[in-house]
Design a protein around this ligand. Structure first.
Ligand SMILES: Cc1cc2nc3c(=O)[nH]c(=O)nc-3n(C[C@H](O)[C@H](O)[C@H](O)COP(=O)(O)OP(=O)(O)OC[C@H]3O[C@@H](n4cnc5c(N)ncnc54)[C@H](O)[C@@H]3O)c2cc1C
Length: 407
């Protein structure tokens, strides 16, 4: 079915980055007719709805990087947005805990990063001060980060879309329609979904785990590929919830692109522990044995995946063992809370992170957003992109206004 409306912009992907882009573009340009197309029957169905729910501070990121700039700016905007629109959140602070001498140099390094990135109020704290904040934690030193918080990212995504649509009645969100092809027509584009054809002047792709495939469909020659890394969580049982007050993080291993298994109080009152990081055989698969032939062949036929495996063999095997062993998972958690027992944790949910991987096996750390004459592609938006979403949305809106000559 061909839809006769010509939209000014189509946004493909209704995670928090797509929704924030819609919100920013529509707020800055109330006359634009924008359509957001999401393949699932609700927004925030993949990375956004399966994440840790943490408003990150800006501590970890290389000063000057897009991550550092957009995390701090986006965090301020996200908290203001949540306050204005009643999205469940709490700026409760977190502790980063060193448990061995060998972690102290990197802990000092991230503290310096935090200062360079304007992470307000951070303080080095002693073992005794850690105990005052989190009585069950045993560490040798740490960092107190008062501006870290928790938020309902699904609620924030829905609210961004709702506020944007209220500004322009001709704009629209369509759910349950997968973009399968793109054609050019009379200088514009026809987006072919599994249900209809949508005409648009310009396109913005925010497709998360499918970013590389969408780029290919739009004729962008991308050297990297997306691979999925699943993260499994455990939850604290009711009897153990008193052992964690807010957020407790380890000092991350500088060799890996993940923050390490942490404790997170969620906005619904549950306390989650995780996530680990295992290569997944299905990009949007949340079970331990989920499998997709297409995703597996795509990942295993790519040299970058094998280089990543061989370069991180020991880490990968340990992560796999831990994914299938509650006892090993517990052992990791006990490095920070030694009195945690097997009865204190039960299996929880999972999420899959999209990592943009180069041919030489390097994960691309920073956000990556590129444009052609007619489209913008969000190619890499890993953590803290949910925290940074409103800043990323503004960055994309400015890029669109300039490159698409919207103003
Ligand atoms: C386990 C885990 C923990 C994390 N923890 C945090 C955290 O605590 N704090 C933080 O700031 N960040 C965190 N992150 C990162 C954060 O969740 C992501 O950076 C962010 O959600 C990315 O948003 P997105 O909109 O780019 O992607 P997504 O949320 O994945 O959205 C992409 C959307 O595009 C849609 N789509 C794809 N292809 C098509 C198509 N062909 N047609 C139509 N629609 C399509 C998908 O269905 C999906 O809804 C975490 C991520 C994970 C996985």
């Amino acid at each position: 079915m061909e839809n006769s409306t010509l939209y000014d912009i189509a946004i493909i992907g209704g995670g928090i980055v797509g929704a924030a882009t819609l919100y920013k573009l529509q707020t800055r340009n109330p006359d634009l007719k924008i359509i957001l197309i999401e393949k699932e029957d609700h927004l925030a169905a993949h990375q956004t709805g399966h994440n840790s729910g943490v408003i990150h501070s800006g501590l970890y990121y290389k000063p000057g990087s897009l991550k550092a700039k957009n995390c701090v700016k986006g965090r301020h905007e996200l908290v203001a947005f949540a306050k204005e629109y009643g999205v469940d959140h709490d700026v409760c602070g977190k502790v980063v805990v060193a448990t061995k001498e060998s972690e102290l140099p990197f802990m000092n390094k991230i503290f310096e990063n935090g200062i360079a990135n304007n992470t307000e109020g951070i303080e080095m704290i002693s073992a005794a001060q850690i105990k005052e904040i989190e009585p069950h934690v045993v560490g040798i030193g740490g960092i107190w980060v008062p501006c870290t918080g928790i938020i309902d990212f699904v609620g924030a995504t829905n609210k961004m879309a709702e506020v944007a649509l209220a500004k322009q009645s001709a704009s629209k969100v369509v759910l349950g329609e997968e973009v399968i092809a793109i054609e050019d027509k009379d200088g514009n584009h026809v987006i072919i979904t599994d249900k209809q054809k949508i005409n648009t002047r310009k396109m913005i792709f925010c497709a998360g785990l499918q970013a590389d495939r969408m780029a290919k469909k739009d004729g962008v020659k991308l050297k990297e590929k997306v691979v999925g890394f699943r993260g499994d969580y455990y939850e604290l049982t009711d009897q153990a919830k008193h052992k964690v007050k807010n957020l407790i993080y380890p000092v991350p291993n500088p060799d890996f692109p993940f923050l390490g298994v942490h404790f997170t109080r969620m906005t619904d009152g549950e306390i989650e522990c995780g996530p680990n990081a295992v290569f997944t055989f299905k990009r949007e698969g949340y079970g331990k044995t989920d499998f997709s032939m297409k995703d597996t062949c795509s990942a295993l036929s790519y040299g970058g995946t094998w280089k990543l495996f061989f370069g991180n063999m020991k880490f990968g095997i340990n992560e796999y063992r831990r994914a299938f062993s509650k006892r090993l998972f517990l052992k990791t958690l006990q490095t920070m809370i030694p009195d945690l027992t097997m009865e204190d944790i039960k299996p929880g949910r999972s999420g899959v992170r999209a990592l943009l991987l180069s041919k030489d096996g390097d994960t691309r750390d920073d956000f990556r957003i590129e444009h052609t004459d007619n489209s913008i592609h969000v190619l890499n938006a890993p953590s803290p992109a949910a925290t940074a979403s409103l800043a990323i949305g503004e960055y994309i809106a400015e890029m669109a206004e300039e490159k698409f000559q919207l103003k």
